[in-house]
Write a protein that binds this ligand. Structure first.
Ligand code: AMP
Length: 112
């Protein structure tokens, strides 16, 4: 499958990985939009939240808990923002579900 995140997960494309377990990887975003910008990416390929199966509900739940558990270690003790884009209006550019984890600085109260 020609998916950049699947290739990163398989190690075929280099990335700055900060965490990995059986469910997911976390990498530094190549074009950070905050002082700290990570991507939490499930190892299972599905495009976005609209493609989630019942099984994926617990997978994504575990991912959220893992992000929370890692937050201090990643320098996000002041807080962080989670974003998952879906589709053209949201400017999703990689059709493999991922959660942006943004922080390390005070962000705007505007979401967009
Ligand atoms: P989205 O636009 O929501 O689909 O987010 C995709 C994100 O993936 C963007 O923030 C990109 O900067 C990021 N990205 C694309 N390619 C890479 C890569 N090779 N390594 C790390 N981040 C990437």
């Amino acid at each position: 499958m020609d998916c950049i995140f699947c290739k990163i997960i398989k190690g075929e494309i280099p990335s700055e990985k900060v965490y990995e377990d059986d469910d997911m990887i976390m990498i530094k975003d190549i074009a950070p939009q905050a002082k700290l910008h990570f991507l939490a990416i499930p190892k299972k390929h599905f495009a976005d939240v609209t493609e989630m199966t019942e099984e994926d509900v617990s997978l994504v739940g575990r991912m959220l808990k893992t992000i929370g558990g890692l937050s201090k270690k990643l320098g996000l003790e002041g807080g962080f923002r989670l974003v998952s884009n879906k589709g053209a209006d949201a400017m999703q550019s990689v059709p493999h579900l991922h959660i942006h984890v943004l922080g390390g600085e005070k962000m705007s109260d505007k979401m967009c």
